[in-house]
Design a protein around this ligand. Structure first.
Ligand code: MG
Length: 201
């Protein structure tokens, strides 16, 4: 399976990192070894001193497709879940300065905790989601604030990559990203429903 991620999909988050708003979705990918399932602990990597959480809604692809038109894109996913796109921000800044790819800062082992999924039909639209760190609200997102919609993202990625059943798309993070340290407890919610739990070790 493949994991895609969208960068800079919420204008307030793009601003907090000093990035311009994109004309097209900013896409990067991670290998399946990045996934952390079933509430597994996240171990801070030794190559970074500034790992940030990024709470994101995640699309699960339910039907194989390529070159999908945006108007048909909703037929290719039936579930949306909650995930974290952990980012080694110090390393990412170095790579960005040099104009190099972000993979080392984004796609490392365990960088993508994934929680539960809900059927799209059961989710209130727009989708409200939030992240608590040690019981305190640190990110509060709403799918209405996405620059590129779920359908636009699915269509765009499928122009370049064949999407297969089970592929995941992390759809970008709202403002409020920040660092984690050993002992932190992260909890992800969609609406009032707890979808993810992850402890930092
Ligand atoms: Mg992200």
């Amino acid at each position: 399976m493949k994991i895609f991620c969208v960068g800079r999909n919420y204008s307030e988050h793009a601003k907090e990192l000093g990035n311009a708003l994109p004309e097209n979705p900013v896409i990067f990918s991670k290998p399946d070894t990045a996934l952390l399932k079933n509430g597994e602990d996240f171990y801070l990597p030794d190559f970074s001193n500034d790992v940030h959480y990024e709470a994101e809604l995640v699309i699960k692809i339910s039907k194989m497709g390529k070159k999908i038109q945006e108007k048909f894109a909703s037929n290719y996913y039936s579930e949306i879940g909650f995930g974290i796109d952990f980012t080694a921000r110090d390393l990412q800044s170095q790579l960005k300065q040099k104009g190099l790819p972000w993979e080392l800062a984004k796609a490392f082992d365990g960088s993508s905790p994934i929680g539960e999924f809900s059927n799209v039909k059961d989710l209130q639209n727009p989708i409200q989601f939030s992240l608590l760190k040690n019981g305190e609200l640190v990110q509060n997102g709403n799918s209405n604030d996405m620059i590129f919609s779920f359908d636009k993202i699915v269509s765009f990625i499928s122009q370049y990559f064949t999407l297969k059943v089970g592929d995941l798309i992390y759809t970008g993070t709202p403002a409020g990203v920040g660092a984690v340290k050993i002992g932190d407890k992260l909890e992800g919610f969609i609406g009032d429903k707890k979808m993810l739990h992850c402890e930092v070790k």
